[in-house]
Design a binder for this molecule. Structure first.
Ligand code: NDP
Ligand code: 2IT
Length: 450
């Protein structure tokens, strides 16, 4: 059999995905971003071409789409769509979050599930990739409505998950409250206390210490490693951060702990600038406790101001952490950040930077960390939660944070080493994709054509 060249093979597989998943723009973007970097790896490993690894990798192993009916506080029947995509289980049971947001559709969940395969491989924690969610919008819903929705969602999802099968967690719109409601329903239906079936649980009943903080902290640890290679540090630098949810909040906290100054936060309505450094207690009160708008922060904090609409990327800083959502940092934003002297861009969110923006950063010599490496701390700590659940043990905060820190150092090292091996030292996009791909591809090859 004559094999196609790596470049032709990548082109062929990309064409198949484009045909089969026509219109799934986020999914196609995520696939192209990975496949476009893999030719040097395929050149070194022709057995991956021969084994049909790429063709299999881009097709989810299994996908569920289901109706989620629930009643609102006015007793009206509401219907949402639930999705769970079980993408790849070569390295372990499917693992990945659930997103509740009106923008959720199959393309969004498939892009997230596809990225999750590679991210999870980088953690070295023996977890496969999956993702799920719903177009349910938690904004403005009462706790009782959220509970009824979560119970209905789990009433279907229960058939597809399990501690050795598929282990969901949080993502946008899903935090400790939703995980609690879903765990309760799972326990009720199955009559089993299967702690390891969901991660991000309350720390009083099986949740891991530092899971809440892990994604944001991990992203800053990754930035620290990247900057250290360039003989720089977080200390003394200003950081612009987008978002004001789970990831953004704890990225801000870690930047401040390491001597930097985080000066922005945002939500889907606008952003705040606080040149004195974000007051974390106030941010947690406004966004976490009250679930209010970010504009509230500026109203209560003298010296800060709110900008409706617009983008945090207009604010000059040495560090940028996009921590809100996909495609929130465009080419035009990148050019502004570059002319304002940004040195490192670290993705806390999944795929927040558009392809032209990534190219602009790399072309300008700005350190750029893709989410599948930089935000891996969340899912890595989820895997540590699964280990603790299986062992019926509980680690303290110090141990939990130091394990997270160690994992992020390892993810950075594996990513950097692969960027060197495949010819572009410091290209963390190439590094993350190739290091992760080799791990998954090797496992798939050894497990036969399935
Ligand atoms: P949260 O729901 O806690 O916060 C999301 C934040 O992003 C909010 O400030 C929200 O604003 C804003 N946002 C969401 N959607 C949009 C949108 N379409 N346009 C503008 N702003 C938006 O989510 P997380 O912090 O958990 O997740 C943020 C990102 O990090 C996502 O990309 C997620 O996939 C990724 N991630 C999360 C992990 C985790 O462990 N939670 C792990 C790894 C990655 P508003 O309140 O106005 O909606
Ligand atoms: O994107 C992600 O890595 C997450 N939302 C966390 C997944 C998890 O299983 O902890």
């Amino acid at each position: 059999m004559t094999l196609p060249t790596p470049e032709a093979h990548v082109r062929d597989v990309t064409e198949v995905v484009e045909r089969r998943s026509a219109g799934e723009s986020e999914f196609l973007q995520a696939v192209r971003e990975v496949l476009d970097t893999l030719a040097p790896v395929l050149a070194e490993h022709p057995e991956f071409i021969e084994g049909g690894i790429l063709e299999r990798l881009v097709e989810p192993e299994r996908q569920y789409i289901f109706r989620v009916p629930w009643t609102d506080d006015q007793n009206r029947v509401q219907v949402n769509r639930g999705i769970r995509v079980q993408f790849n289980s070569a390295l372990g049971p499917y693992k990945g979050g659930l997103r509740f947001h009106p923008s959720v559709n199959l393309s969004v969940i498939k892009f997230l599930g596809f990225e999750q395969i590679f991210k999870n491989a980088l953690t070295s924690q023996r977890i496969g990739g999956g993702k799920g969610g719903s177009d349910f919008d938690p904004t403005g819903k009462s706790d009782a409505e959220v509970m009824r929705f979560c119970q209905s969602f789990m009433t279907e999802l229960v058939h597809h998950i399990g501690e050795h099968t598929d282990i969901p967690a949080g993502d946008i719109g899903v935090g400790a409250r939703e995980i609690g409601f879903m765990f309760g329903q799972y326990r009720r239906i199955t009559q089993r206390y299967e702690a390891g079936v969901l991660t991000g649980k309350g720390v009083g009943w099986g949740g891991a210490e530092v899971r809440t903080e892990a994604t944001g902290y991990g992203a800053v640890f990754f930035a620290e490693e990247m900057l250290a290679r360039a003989s720089q540090g977080i200390e003394g630098y200003r950081a612009v951060v987008s978002g004001s949810g789970n990831v953004a909040t704890y990225a801000i906290e870690k930047v401040e702990q390491l001597g930097g100054k985080a000066i922005t936060a945002s939500d889907s309505s606008g952003y705040i600038v606080d040149e004195a450094g974000i007051d974390l207690d106030l941010l947690k009160q406004v966004k976490g406790v009250e679930r209010a708008r970010i504009s509230e922060y500026a109203e209560r904090r003298p010296g800060s101001h709110y900008v409706a609409g617009g983008s945090v990327w207009d604010v000059p800083a040495e560090l940028a952490f996009p921590c809100a959502t996909q495609n929130e940092l465009t080419g035009a934003h990148a050019r502004t950040l570059i002319s304002n002297g940004v040195r490192a861009v670290t993705e806390g969110a999944n795929m927040p930077t558009t392809p032209d923006a990534v190219e602009a950063f790399q072309g300008a010599g700005v350190l750029f960390a893709p989410g599948k490496a930089a935000n891996a701390g969340g899912v890595a700590t989820s895997a540590l939660e699964m280990s603790q659940n299986a062992a019926r043990s509980r680690w303290d905060r110090d141990k939990s944070e130091s394990r997270l820190h160690g994992i992020m150092r390892d993810v950075h090292e594996a990513t950097y080493d692969a960027s060197e091996r495949y010819g572009k030292p410091g290209d963390y996009v190439l590094g993350a994709n190739s290091a992760a791909f080799v791990r998954v591809a090797q496992a798939m090859l050894e497990q036969g054509v399935i």
